[in-house]
Ligand binder design. Structure first.
Ligand code: UDX
Length: 431
């Protein structure tokens, strides 16, 4: 198939490179020309494992290109996936301005297109958005009617940052929300070559809600694990042993039960807040989902609290922060617990020495005056305390010898990372 991807963030670019890897011809569109140039030069604007290599391969065999020209991109393709940001407004509700702009632009291009074309919303949008916002904007701008001049579908993404390309190429399921089967068939064809993957065809609003429900349930599992972790710590029980036993129940699964300093990222916090806001507009007060967010916010604060319990005054103390990204294998710091932790420590007069294998450039934009170390050892050297905030694989190899570089001996893990056989003395946020 000839596929257009609108928006080249981690969802759009990984989806585009993934479709190209599956033998499709992909045209990526972005309004930022620097991004377009980088992609065409084989430099992925974001870091994701395997993305750079696959992008180079696709450029080499001519199966992908990027452009700022939407009209040209639609003219050479059969369907487009809209994967532009849907960030959170201050009140927690979803920001649809980018979706609206793209819907109008696509509609304007479809006006002069003399063939059936399918538009697919892949961005995470609250239920009702595709049919109540995107559809009328395309019909107005194109002068065409859905089902006649164009088709409209919703195909949510389930990609984890740091594992996005892998998750696209190995999905647990493909959900296609459709108004009419003709459009759904075109999207189904785009996913040819994804063997043994359940494909669910459903209504558009259902597809939108599946995305929010999946993310809300995953976030709930995390906040649940953190609350159980806090209880276990008081009772002297290892929550990771508890969750190992609980996760053996096939109805629960052992995944997403890792207690720690809370979830970050551009999805869980935003998506749960958006569905809470949407529920309230619909007249429902989603207390459980609101508590998931509240528990997560409290959990982040625990790291600094536990440090201060061990070191009441942080004035002029050197604190090593290992890990800034919200997830390992990514450079993304959006909603990372590290932002709140570094902010709190610097406000208390601590001198922070931060290290992260990938995310330091992004964190420098937030905290330019913090020391950024070349490696973990440099951050640890002379430090009075150390907080581990991201479970990068390289931190798993740290040993007592590395921590001996510290001046103090306070080591607190926000993610279960260190190996007890390598490091004798450390404390965990919930263990
Ligand atoms: C999430 C969903 O997993 C993905 O399906 C959806 O498409 C987008 O949102 P993402 O937020 O990118 O993906 O990464 P994920 O691996 O889910 O981690 C999110 C956060 O939760 C990270 O901060 C991670 O540290 C934290 N987490 C995850 C936990 O604290 N405990 C866990 O058990 C799992």
């Amino acid at each position: 198939m000839r596929i257009c991807i609108i928006g080249t963030g981690y969802v759009g670019l990984c989806t585009g490179v993934g479709f190209a890897d599956k033998g499709n011809k992909v045209t990526c569109v972005d309004v930022v020309s620097e991004k377009v140039d980088k992609i065409n030069n084989g430099q992925a604007p974001i870091y994701e494992p395997g993305l750079g290599e696959k992008l180079m391969e696709a450029l080499g065999n001519g199966s992908i290109r990027a452009t700022t020209d939407l009209k040209e991109a639609i003219a050479e393709t059969e369907l487009c996936f809209i994967s532009v940001p849907t960030p959170c407004k201050d009140d927690g509700s979803i920001e649809l301005k980018y979706i609206r702009t793209v819907a109008e632009s696509v509609g304007s291009v479809l006006k002069d297109l003399d063939r059936y074309y399918v538009v697919v919303v892949k961005s995470t949008v609250v239920p009702g958005t595709t049919e109540d916002v995107v559809l009328p904007l395309i019909e107005q701008a194109s002068g065409k009617k859905v089902g006649d001049g164009f088709g409209l579908c919703m195909n949510p993404e389930f990609l984890r940052e740091g594992y996005a390309l892998n998750d696209f190429l190995n999905p647990d399921r493909i959900v296609i929300g459709e108004i009419e089967g003709r459009a759904g068939d075109v999207v189904r064809e785009a996913y040819e070559g994804f063997e043994n993957v359940p494909i669910m065809r459903t209504a558009i609003k259902t597809a939108e809600m599946i995305k929010y429900t999946a993310n809300s349930l995953l976030a709930t599992k995390i906040s649940f694990s953190n609350e159980i972790g806090n209880i276990c710590k008081r009772l002297g029980i290892n929550v990771y042993d508890v969750m190992k036993g609980v996760g053996l129940d096939s109805r629960i699964s052992g995944k997403f039960l890792r207690a720690g300093c809370g979830f970050g990222g551009s999805c869980f916090p935003k998506d749960v807040a958006a569905i809470v806001a949407r529920a309230r507009v619909a007249g429902i007060d989603p207390g459980l989902l609101q508590q998931v967010l509240d528990t997560n916010r409290e959990q982040r604060g625990l790291m600094a609290e536990q440090l201060k319990a061990r070191m009441p005054s942080l004035e002029n103390r050197r604190v090593a922060i290992l890990g800034l990204a919200f997830n390992p294998n990514t450079d993304d710091i959006r909603e990372s617990p590290a932002i709140e932790i570094v902010g709190k420590l610097t406000k208390e007069g601590a001198s922070v020495a931060a290290y992260d294998p990938r995310a330091m450039e992004n964190m420098k934009k937030v905290f330019p005056d913090v020391e950024y170390a070349g490696d973990a050892k440099q951050a640890l050297s002379g430090a009075d305390a150390c907080l581990i905030v991201t479970d990068w694989d390289e931190f798993k190899e740290l040993s007592d010898e590395d921590f001996a570089l510290m001046k103090g001996d306070v080591i607190i893990e926000g993610r279960k990372t260190l190996k007890p056989e390598r490091v004798k003395k450390f404390e965990g946020i919930c263990w």
